[in-house]
Design a protein around this ligand. Structure first.
Ligand SMILES: Nc1ncnc2c1ncn2[C@@H]1O[C@H](COP(=O)(O)OP(=O)(O)OP(=O)(O)O)[C@@H](O)[C@H]1O
Length: 736
């Protein structure tokens, strides 16, 4: 947009400003009697022509040609502008509230009062509503909405879709994307580009597993199982059976199917829980089956299976479900003498076990007493040297010495006990992770406190040495629902598998009905605290945190979230406080306490609900959580990074957020980030979850920024000497 009579050069797209105005959009008025690209020439009293501006004409590039100085018109430029006019040859109209008083004939600034309705700016030449297709400061930037619709005047984002082949604010899709909003991925061989509008591969060749649909677009349809699984139950287990994808004429979509995911419902919340996957490679003639246990007796469960193709997002929808109730314990005392004898024998065994356990507990407590701050572990390093944990192979080798760790119980008397403390507990998912309790040494240091109590520094002995670990434990006396939540948290983490940007579970151990979970130790605390300390006024100093590092944080977290979303998990607590930093400052997603394995609508409990300031509109309004609500929260996390640790919506009550969001309110742009990164946040905060980019797209946009940070400043840390203009930190509103 060119103002004050400036015109746009149809070759370069740049504004050619009229005499008396300068700047990329001709908004800046030159001082009186001056003109030129930078107002460098003057006329009048002390001008370079040595004469008055009257009767002087100037030669400017087309389309102005010969014209008068601003504020003059007529042959020989001898007349001043009439009231209501200003600019070169007096061609511009004043837009002042008091029209009779007119405006300054050179600058257009109102002689009295402000602008008339619909106009803004120092000289009232900026329309209040940008013309269709423009947005931003002075309506100077172009937007690209589908159907040439208008866009948001501040952000450039379209209320509907972006024009095909554009991202609303840019005409170019990132490589590998096309279509409206550039939201569709194209799958061309060797990452060759596709047409930004149609999506057809320029090379005409598709990635393996994808087929051209005849128009040159490479795609596949997700495989759909049309039949519910058959389920047989007993008291505490269920056998789920299903036929291979494609066995039934109603099965739809494209193969090849590489595996199946088995789901069951969680009886207390009704949400879906991903139980396990079964490889599709070896197809048993009688169909597939999977045993799920343990289940609660006399409880109603739903079961479903989904077929999975190779690649990200290759899992099809869940099959129709089968609902069934587990059996009650069958006992017909009186009709079966043998059974009564068995029951008596069982009771006797239980009594013996309880007595033995009690005696062991007393002995164990005795061991604890002198060092009450730590839990015992009897480490016998020599005998365990050959222990092989498959996980250990891909664990970073932060091996430690045993100094500073309290091997309580590792004294002369305990040697014999150590071997007997290991107890097998029936949790199938822990199998590959379980280590004997004597391989775990709990340190004295409490490194944090979470919902399930203290988190302690520890070491765990795996195949090649002691690794530092953060250990959480489930209290024996925890209520059943808590128990379930704790187990759910770590089963989810186990299902997600390993990723460099997700906290890793090293091992689990059982001891006297306590479950210990050892996570890799992340020594640099959480990202929010780190960012706050790294503000130039925060003490750590600018040297510890470059703009590139801030972008890298965002990119790394996005990669981790892409992996979580691809595993079918919703995190529900994506926030800088949930990101922990390892010894090399690599961010790792943590805090899986609220994670779920499927789209969920939850009843709002009083505590343990996700932090509202990070929640998406639909989560606040209808308690609905999906991967796209995680994308919203990621947008808030990106804002936390860009504002170097500010509190979102500081000063605003979180109870008012839902209504504010519905009215279009969103977090403002931090001064420290540029339009492009704020644009990405805006995309994450689209009202309709479908309009938010998937994590794959978010990660690829951030990757582009991380690579291009030398050419462009996406996030700017203020130097120490400058007064930082960072947004507020309000610990009272941090939604801990
Ligand atoms: N792997 C780890 N390495 C280092 N410190 C950790 C680790 N895990 C947790 N902590 C510390 O312990 C604190 C509590 O962690 P925890 O995960 O229990 O918190 P939480 O917010 O209650 O999580 P959740 O909602 O998952 O239960 C964290 O804030 C952090 O300081």
């Amino acid at each position: 947009m060119c103002y004050n009579g400036g015109v746009c050069d149809d070759k370069t797209g740049k504004c050619i400003c009229p005499p008396g105005f300068k700047g990329p959009n001709c908004v800046t008025a030159c001082p009186a009697y001056s003109f030129g690209w930078n107002c460098e020439f003057r006329c009048g009293g002390r001008n370079l022509f040595g004469s008055s501006c009257n009767f002087v004409q100037f030669s400017l590039p087309d389309p102005f040609g010969i014209s008068c100085i601003s504020g003059r018109y007529g042959s020989g430029c001898s007349s001043g502008c009439p009231t209501g006019r200003f600019g070169a040859d007096c061609l511009q109209e004043c837009h002042c509230m008091f029209a009779d008083n007119g405006c300054n004939s050179t600058t257009g600034v109102c002689n009295f009062g402000g602008c008339t309705d619909g106009w803004l700016g120092t000289n009232c030449q900026i329309p209040d509503v940008c013309p269709v297709g423009y947005y931003g400061l002075n309506c100077a930037s172009m937007c690209h909405c589908n159907g040439k619709a208008a866009c948001d005047k501040h952000t450039g984002y379209c209320s509907g879709r972006c024009a095909p082949g554009s991202t609303c604010v840019s005409w170019q899709c990132d490589s590998g994307y096309f279509g409206e909003d550039c939201s569709k991925a194209c799958y061309c061989k060797d990452d060759t580009p596709c047409d930004a509008i149609t999506g057809s591969c320029r090379s005409g060749l598709c990635l393996e597993q994808y087929q051209s649909d005849g128009t040159g677009i490479c795609q596949f349809l997700l495989p759909v199982l049309s039949q519910p699984p058959k389920v047989e139950v007993d008291t505490t287990s269920a056998t789920v059976r299903w036929e291979a994808w494609g066995s039934h004429p109603m099965d739809a979509g494209d193969g090849p199917v590489i595996e199946y995911t088995i789901y069951r419902s969680n009886p207390s919340t009704g949400s879906w829980v991903r139980v396990s996957t079964v490889q599709a490679k070896y197809q048993p003639p009688e169909g597939f089956s999977f045993l799920i246990d343990p289940l609660q007796q006399l409880t109603v469960y739903n079961f479903s299976v989904a077929a999975v193709r190779e690649g990200d997002g290759g899992e099809g929808p869940r099959s129709p479900e089968t609902t069934i109730r587990t059996e009650p314990q069958a006992m017909t005392i009186g009709t079966n003498i043998g059974l009564i004898v068995a029951v008596c024998a069982l009771i006797a065994v239980i009594v013996i076990v309880v007595v033995v356990d009690y005696l062991r507990f007393r002995r164990f407590s005795k061991r604890l007493r002198p060092k009450s701050h730590s839990i015992a572990s009897a480490v016998n390093m020599n005998s365990l040297a050959a222990y092989d944990n498959p996980l250990a192979d891909d664990i970073p080798r932060n091996s430690v010495t045993m100094e500073g760790y309290d091997d309580v119980g590792n004294d002369a008397n305990d040697g014999a006990d150590a071997a007997t403390t290991y107890e097998e507990v029936d949790l199938p998912w822990t199998k590959s992770l379980t280590v004997p309790i004597d391989q775990l040494s709990l340190g004295v240091k409490v490194i944090g406190t979470g919902h399930f109590g203290e988190v302690r520094l520890a070491t765990v002995l795996l195949s090649d040495g002691h690794l530092k670990a953060a250990v959480k434990q489930l209290q024996v006396n925890a209520p059943a629902s808590e128990n379930e939540r704790f187990l759910e948290e770590y089963r989810t983490l186990k299902d997600i598998g390993t990723h460099p940007n997700i906290v890793r579970m090293l091992a689990v151990a059982f001891h006297e009905d306590v479950l210990y979970v050892a996570l890799e130790y992340l020594s640099n605390g959480d990202l929010r605290t780190y960012l706050r300390g790294a503000r130039p006024d925060g003490g750590v100093g600018q040297s510890s945190l470059s703009d590139a590092k801030l972008l890298q944080f965002a990119f790394d977290v996005a990669k981790g979230m892409q992996h979580i979303a691809a595993s079918g998990v919703i995190h529900r607590k994506v926030a800088a406080a949930s990101i922990l930093l390892d010894e090399n400052m690599v961010p790792k997603i943590s805090g899986f306490g609220l994670a779920r394995c499927a789209e969920v609508i939850v009843e709002k409990p009083k505590k343990l609900f996700p932090p509202p300031r990070w929640m998406a509109l639909e989560s606040l309004k209808t308690n609905t959580f999906t991967s796209k609500s995680d994308v919203w929260s990621f947008g808030i996390l990106l804002w936390e990074i860009s504002s170097v640790g500010a509190t979102p919506y500081a000063g605003i009550k979180s109870t008012s957020l839902g209504t504010r969001f519905e009215n279009g309110y969103r977090l403002p742009k931090p001064d420290s980030c540029n339009d492009e990164i704020y644009g990405l946040m805006q995309q994450c905060w689209q009202e309709n979850p479908k309009d938010r980019p998937p994590f794959k797209k978010v990660a690829s946009i951030l990757e582009g920024m991380a690579k291009g940070h030398k050419q462009q400043r996406y996030i700017q840390m203020s130097p120490r000497s400058e007064t930082p203009h960072y947004l507020n930190i309000r610990p009272d509103q941090d939604d801990k």
